[in-house]
Design a binder for this molecule. Structure first.
Ligand SMILES: Nc1nc2c(ncn2[C@@H]2O[C@H](COP(=O)(O)OP(=O)(O)O)[C@@H](O)[C@H]2O)c(=O)[nH]1
Ligand SMILES: [Mg+2]
Length: 316
């Protein structure tokens, strides 16, 4: 029943960042080519970062830090400022851990939340695949019962991922799906239960009430569950993703972000704003539409990917 799959070698983060790098680095390399640092340099740097969706607050803070350090270290050349910028960007990123599948815990429960279309169902299936490949028993709960298509989608993807999918009929109570999924997870001694939820755009009040219900069912079944709540954000929406996120942060105990569709956007800079302005780590990144296209977020790799000059021309 629990099939083991090998993960294909995941895509190079550099490839997924090609669009972000194309616009961001394309402009930065022009800026850094200037050699001498002058006032205009700082203004241009600010504009480029804001354009790359790093966010105004984060950009202002970042540029100030780079500027202060450049002054202290008597840096006059743009090349050296580039290195400082990289280091300060790295500083913005909260150190990250993948999901903790605690052996002492009976079942680790992870709630997947976010608005419609952000990539929740896809990410739930990808995460299932990722952990099945590591030899874990995974249960997927189809708790988005509002659309028949959503249940079907999870069933098909879940099957492919090697996880067990627990689903009810369309329109069923999502709480009942969660109840069954966790019961089944405990009975089968599964390691991980991933709960795919509905993502209709809510008023904050309704969102809160609905999530509260789901959290309560979850907590009654498994001690201290959910152990994590991952907020799925669509990177292509850039700064809009941030305002959505604030909505969810108020309504749920979000422990991390899955940032999807990095492969299709020049707005990868939003990673910095998520860390700095929301204070939650990006746990995983989505880099495409197949089951293999997910990977743990690695800050060093991400920043190297942004600044890499690899095949800049062939990417245009
Ligand atoms: N290119 C790309 N597409 C993605 C990624 N993640 C999800 N998608 C696509 O986004 C669309 C919505 O995904 P879905 O999981 O149904 O979103 P949900 O409504 O939040 O459950 C689908 O067409 C997915 O194939 C990703 O990392 N990269
Ligand atoms: Mg869905």
């Amino acid at each position: 029943m629990f099939k083991a799959f090998k993960l294909k070698k995941s895509k190079d983060v550099k490839d997924s960042l090609s669009k972000t790098r194309g616009s961001f680095m394309g402009q930065l390399s022009g800026l850094f080519a200037a050699n001498e640092i002058d006032e205009e340099f700082w203004e241009d740097l600010e504009a480029i970062l804001i354009q790359a969706d790093v966010g105004v607050e984060t950009t202002l803070d970042l540029v100030e830090r780079v500027r202060n350090r450049a002054q202290q270290e008597r840096v006059k050349r743009t090349d050296d400022a580039r290195q400082i910028l990289k280091e300060e960007m790295r500083e913005l990123i909260i150190s990250n851990t993948p999901l903790q599948l605690d052996k002492k815990r009976l079942l680790t429960v992870v709630m997947i939340v976010g608005v419609n279309g952000s990539g929740k169902t896809t990410s739930a299936a990808k995460l299932a695949h990722y952990y099945v490949a590591q030899g874990k028993k995974v249960i997927l709960a189809a708790a988005d019962t509002f659309r028949a298509a959503a249940i079907e989608q999870l069933e098909i993807w879940g099957e492919r991922s090697g996880a067990t999918v627990i689903a009810h009929k369309p329109g069923a109570d999502p709480g009942a799906v969660i109840y069954d999924a966790l019961k089944s997870g405990l009975a089968r001694k599964a390691d991980l239960a991933l709960i795919d939820t509905a993502g209709r755009l809510h008023t904050k009040f309704n969102l809160m009430k609905e999530l509260e219900k789901l959290y309560s069912v979850t907590g009654k079944q498994v001690h201290q569950a959910p152990h994590e709540s991952l907020l799925v954000l669509d990177a292509t929406t850039g700064q809009n993703a941030l305002s959505q996120a604030r909505h969810f942060l108020d309504a749920a105990k979000i422990t991390g972000v899955v940032l999807t569709k990095l492969d299709g956007t020049a707005k990868g800079g939003v990673v910095f704003a998520i860390h700095k302005e929301l204070g939650v780590p990006v746990r995983f990144i989505g880099t495409g539409e197949t089951l293999d296209d997910i990977q743990p977020f690695d800050a060093d790799e991400f920043i190297e990917g942004l600044f890499s000059e690899k095949t800049m021309n062939s990417e245009q």
